[in-house]
Design a protein around this ligand. Structure first.
Ligand code: GLC
Ligand code: CA
Length: 550
């Protein structure tokens, strides 16, 4: 067995960390098969170090049929042979740790992949068997069980039930899947399921993993007692009950699971950390983030926020206050692998129905790339100045726009083809990164690219931006370097600016951040200008820009 490397250090390293999300299949491809891999990541550790991130969050890298980009996990304690080996994983941890970068891995506990040995065993076993009890199997309705057990729909549409063929060949029971049919939901009332995840957490923690991002953390425990089956057909959060008794989401009992995980995390030094992906009512987010629980819970509020000073201020104040109340620190997110890149979102009108806009071709209205990028740079500097941790998504440091021109027959996202004409494909933010301005797959690897890269990708490449002082990449590098020196306690003070379209706050050590949400240049407060997201105009901060002053 190889030597594992651990990173010691302060217990609270995560509270104001900058975490860089790697979508492994689209980051860097070392062996040229068109799929990013662990050796590719290892080769880019110097890039990550120069960028100045504190940690990397790796989206799923486990064996998977890739029905949902790896969020269909067939084995929780191994590496997908398509992207590497366990030995390479250890090498990657070692390389990251030597560069002072910690590692979060994605844990997907709500469902496995349908290739998981437990699901395969369940298919071969009889109804009512212990094998079936690890998942959610039910008989169908109707004379021959031909009608699905309930009208529950999947997040990806249409139904959340799939009928199996029994071992002897006859049509059989149905199983529940809140996502694609290749993602059967686990039965978390089964103690074997609970035990197995504790084993998985120890497996990776023992190998030096520092933290976990917990996928769909709010859905594990479901109310399925006494033959009850949820009939939900819309996932609008406003329909989810606020009191911990909803049939499917954010039930109070889910926290028993995370308290048991916390005990495992605390077996390590420093304790392992975790962040919940929990789509719950904002006032119910914080139990996931408390100290005896996962420790942190994503605040996704800025993903849909309008470009308005007042709206940003409200969201910021709310999240700082509630994180403080639960002893946690908040998180700031502008992009991830599930949403349209923020440089593109900000180039569109506020409040636009993005799914509808996308399925109608993504052209009406057209994206204003300049406005999008200006606001993206300003928003990034704004959140980097805030207390809490910041999650960056690969490619945003290049100011990458969403790729809107992927031909339909090359899309991979089940959300797209399970729900024709209604849902957006998430593939446009998952296109392999451009490292060079020309050449095979723009330097992603010596072979092709598993999703097509557009011709304009070269303009956004690392190679090109490296040489350009004013590039977005160099802005991120400067901002992260400054931030690591400026960071102070987790409070902010708001300041009133003469112009109500300006957001101005300072940290305890006098570090100030000023963002101009308006259309005209505005005055900056007195002090030394440390960094601006756009050049100043006659000493004033232009529209859609942020400045740091001290
Ligand atoms: C999370 C992931 C998303 C995935 C889903 C099902 O929301 O971020 O990519 O499709 O869970 O695992
Ligand atoms: Ca590869």
């Amino acid at each position: 067995m190889s030597e594992f490397t651990f990173l010691k250090g302060p217990k609270d390293w995560w509270r104001q960390a900058v975490v860089y999300q790697i979508y492994p299949r689209s980051f860097s491809d070392a062996n040229g098969d068109g799929i990013g891999d662990l050796n590719g990541i290892i080769s880019k550790v110097p890039y990550l170090q120069q960028l100045g991130v504190d940690a990397v969050w790796l989206s799923p890298f486990y064996p998977s049929a890739l029905a949902d980009g790896g969020y269909d996990v067939d084995d929780y304690r191994d590496v997908d042979p398509k992207i590497g080996t366990l030995a390479e994983f250890d090498k990657m941890v070692d390389a990251l740790h030597k560069a002072g970068i910690r590692l979060f891995v994605d844990i997907v506990p709500n469902h496995s992949g349908s290739g998981h040995e437990w699901f395969q065993a369940a298919l071969k076993a009889a109804p009512g068997s212990p094998e079936r009890d690890r998942y959610i199997f039910r008989d169908g309705k109707g004379e021959n069980g031909e009608i699905r057990p309930s009208e529950l729909s999947s997040h990806f549409g249409p139904t959340a039930w799939t009928r199996i063929t029994e071992p002897k060949g006859e049509p059989g029971q149905w199983y529940m899947h809140l996502f694609a049919s290749e993602q059967p939901d686990f039965n978390w009332d089964n103690p074997e399921v609970r035990e197995d995840f504790l084993k998985t957490l120890r497996f990776w923690s023992d190998r030096g993993v520092d933290g976990y991002r917990v996928d769909v953390a709010h859905a594990l425990v479901k109310n399925l007692a006494n033959g009850h089956l949820p009939e939900r057909q819309s996932y609008d959060l406003s329909l989810v009950k606020h009191d911990g008794t909803d049939d499917l989401f954010d039930r109070d009992e889910v926290h028993d699971i995370y308290r048991s995980w916390r005990q495992v995390f605390n077996e390590y030094d420093p304790p392992r950390v975790a962040v919940a992906e929990a789509w719950v009512h904002p006032e119910r987010r914080h139990p996931y983030a408390s100290e005896d629980n996962l420790g942190q819970s994503f605040n996704f509020d800025l993903l849909g926020e309008h470009w308005k000073a007042g709206r940003f201020k409200k969201t910021i104040s709310f999240n700082l206050a509630s994180a403080a109340k639960w002893g946690s620190s908040t998180t700031w997110v502008l992009s991830n692998h599930d949403v349209i890149r923020h440089a593109t979102r900000y180039g569109l009108p506020d409040g636009l129905n993005l799914d509808k806009w996308f399925v109608e071709g993504g052209v009406n209205p057209p994206v204003n790339n300049k406005q999008g990028l200006d606001r993206a740079r300003a928003a990034t500097m704004l959140i980097l100045a805030l207390p809490g941790s910041t999650y960056l998504y690969q490619g945003e440091e290049l100011g990458l726009q969403e790729v809107l021109e992927i031909p339909h027959d090359q899309m991979q996202d089940p959300q797209w083809f399970r729900n024709p004409g209604k849902s957006r494909s998430r593939d446009g933010c998952r296109v392999p990164l451009p490292w060079t301005s020309t050449g095979t797959s723009f330097g992603f690897g010596p072979g092709g690219s598993h999703l097509p890269q557009p011709s304009w990708f070269g303009d956004y490449s690392v190679e090109k931006q490296d040489r350009d002082e004013a590039s977005t990449l160099n802005l991120y590098r400067l901002a992260l370097a400054l931030r690591s020196q400026l960071i102070s306690d987790e409070s902010i003070q708001w300041h009133r600016h003469l112009n109500s379209k300006v957001l101005h706050f300072s940290r305890a050590n006098g570090w100030q951040s000023v963002t101009n949400f308006g259309t005209k240049p505005v005055k900056l407060p007195a002090g030394k200008v440390l960094l601006t997201s756009q050049p100043l105009v006659d000493g004033k901060l232009p529209a859609n820009a942020t400045a740091w002053v001290k």
